[in-house]
Design a protein. Structure first.
Length: 408
């Protein structure tokens, strides 16, 4: 006997869960997510898996087994739809195809809008075309091409939504965006990925919001993946640094430093166990020269090699042969609150840890609970005097500034 709930039941439960956690904020998004047959776009998974708000369905892997195409989790797609706010009649480009997200976009821009979805991989676009046709979205255009160059023959676009992780904003995206148009893009800056909502203002883009996210990396001309260098490579106990945008470190010196006794500096700043601190990590990435991220396995933490373990990495500052990374310790037996601090290793361990803790204090006093960061994305070559104050990150095609307005 088939005990699998009906798709309609699963859709209703998914929407209810996404409403409850605040991901869905508007009725239009709730109605569309409750109507489109999500199970048709994830035939590789059971319907209960396709409708799990937190579960992505991997649809293709590379030769190393890494995911290179997936149907994003419903929560990710819902918040990106809320960010994008597609309007009836808009011309929309999706970069990174799968079919599912394009169907949502098609519903939201109907009856007079248009959706083009593109991907560099013909297997991915072929699959998207079949699934869109099967679900009766034949009017969605599917294009096989490198997303870095957009689709100029169908421009200008009122909205561009990028559903793969991007290391930069290629010029074609700005050129093909209508004046005042929006780009929603999971952009990696200083090793951290945020889904930015960007509005075109002349030759540059200005952020109006962002969300924490994770996506499979972009392929093609715009591909630029992070590098992982190992500081401790015992099998199962690996500890490494994730390096971004050409960052260089002295691996031998830092490996030796990691083996030395640690120095601890604590901030007195506490956070709740369920309190998000992703803006703290973004502030540390903005404020600290030598910022990178330390990643480690649970076994490395259990053995005491490091105090924090995260596959994505924790905020770290590297100064020569010294490193210091953010950590926490419980302040009560129930482990409901935690104090933020830093552990340092190497010749200047105490100084590096104190430097990181100083920026924790700045975040706590000036930015915690505030409006967050503001991103501006200008063309490469823009003179410094035309950029706003803040951290400047130079990419291949752009100069990105991150500034923090502070609390009102």
């Amino acid at each position: 006997m088939n005990t699998e709930p009906a798709p309609e039941t699963l859709r209703a439960a998914m929407v209810a869960a996404l409403r409850e956690d605040g991901t869905i904020r508007t009725e239009r998004i709730a109605e569309v997510l409750g109507r489109v047959p999500r199970e048709r776009f994830a035939p590789e998974a059971q319907p209960t898996e396709a409708y799990d708000p937190e579960r992505a369905v991997v649809t293709k892997r590379d030769t190393d087994g890494l995911a290179i195409s997936s149907v994003s989790a419903a929560r990710i797609q819902a918040f990106m739809l809320e960010q994008a706010a597609p309007r009836p009649g808009e011309n929309v480009l999706e970069i990174g195809s799968g079919g599912m997200f394009a169907s949502y976009l098609a519903e939201l821009v109907a009856p007079d809008g248009a959706v083009t979805t593109m991907d560099i991989d013909p297997e991915v676009t072929g699959r998207a075309r079949r699934l869109l046709d099967d679900a009766r979205y034949e009017h969605v255009r599917v294009v096989t091409a490198d997303g870095a160059f957009g689709v100029p023959e169908h421009a200008p676009f009122d909205l561009i939504v990028v559903t793969v992780g991007a290391p930069d904003v290629p010029p074609a995206w700005v050129e093909q965006l209508a004046p005042g148009g929006r780009i929603v893009v999971p952009l990696r800056v200083r090793g951290l990925m945020r889904s930015l909502v960007l509005v075109r203002a002349g030759d540059h883009l200005v952020s109006i919001g962002y969300e924490l996210c994770g996506f499979v990396p972009m392929q093609g001309a715009a591909e630029n993946r992070e590098r992982l260098v190992l500081l401790h490579d015992e099998p199962g106990e690996e500890v490494g640094l994730r390096l971004d945008d050409g960052d260089q470190v002295d691996v031998e010196a830092l490996s030796a430093a990691l083996a030395t006794p640690r120095q601890e500096v604590w901030s007195g700043v506490t956070v709740g166990g369920e309190e998000p601190i992703d803006d703290l990590d973004l502030w540390l990435a903005t404020a600290l020269d030598g910022h990178t991220r330390l990643t480690a396995t649970p076994a490395a933490r259990a053995k005491g090699i490091v105090a924090s373990a995260s596959p994505l990495g924790v905020a770290t500052v590297v100064v020569g042969g010294t490193l210091a990374y953010r950590t926490v310790r419980p302040t009560d037996e129930a482990r409901t609150r935690f104090e933020l601090g830093a552990y340092g290793h190497g010749p200047a361990a105490g100084t590096a840890a104190a430097r990181l803790v100083h920026e924790i204090h700045v975040w706590d006093q000036e930015h915690r609970g505030g409006p967050g960061a503001r991103f501006e994305i200008h063309p490469a070559g823009t003179p410094d005097d035309r950029l706003p104050a803040g951290r400047v990150v130079d990419k291949t095609h752009t100069r990105i500034t991150i500034s923090w307005p502070g609390k009102p």
